[in-house]
Design a protein around this ligand. Sequence first.
Ligand code: G1P
Length: 307
Amino acid sequence: MSSTHHKRRVRKAVFPVAGLGTRFLPATKVMPKEMLPINDRPLIQHVFEEAREAGIEDFIFVTGRHKELLEEHFDYQPELEDTLKARGKTDMLEKVQDSEMPAGRLFLTRQPRPLGLGHAVWCARELIGDEPFAILLPDDLVNYKQGCLSQMIDAYNVHGGNIVAVKDVPRPETNKYGILNIGQDDGHIVSVKGLVEKPKPEDAPSTLSIIGRYVLQPEVFDHLAVFETGAGGEIQLTDAMAKLIGQQPFHGLRFKGDHHDCGGRLGFIKANLAYGMADKEIGAAVRQAILEAAETIKAGGRDVAAE
Ligand code: G1P
């Protein structure tokens, strides 16, 4: 394995957005789940911004039926911008302009059937070609001054090969994640000896789990192309990645920042509280509202929403 080959610049990122979002029904009956907002921007824009900050130039959406809003969200909206300009709303105008995709940099491919994350990524193979690439799952948000993917690219520039973002989870939750079998571990970077998708707590080789950020070498497509099914009868990205171990460097990065799993309602609501508290304009008021809600709960455990 030549180390120069494995440190080619990461220019492309894949965003798997074909999922149905059944956990948010009926909110996601007609609206893509990736359009659900955390504070002032939809999930998809949070991960787009993280990728852009990390130096990604080409943004590849693996999309599906009823997902057209996602591409429109990143378009130039002339009427809106004119109206904001005419009303002197420069703050809002800047926010809107900042959510625009650079011309010719958004690529769309489709996953016609929900056959698993590995299959979704495989659907982007022609758009990636023969170069390293990133994957960002919009369900996972990481809040930190340096974005998670940017931290991973720093690690990639040192170690090359493949990097996954990892964090410890409570053992009873290993069956929700890809789990690492770890070799060397310096508390920041861990070398990966094995990967297993959604193991039962008693079978999990560790509690270090993959969250939805990856930097991978294109050889992963050779393994995805086999269409082998794994956990849940799905074509798993984790299984294809596991086949690269021993062939190429493979590391886990314990990233800095707070991770929010926005793929379910509880994590989504918690993420909104966290991003709301951190907001420049409304942060103080959000904190106050949380304190008031806590007081109400303490005072009698009343169901605040039921009043
Ligand atoms: C996917 C991956 C899993 C990873 C997780 C992170 O699972 O298959 O390895 O740990 O994303 O969010 P999913 O959440 O799609 O079930």
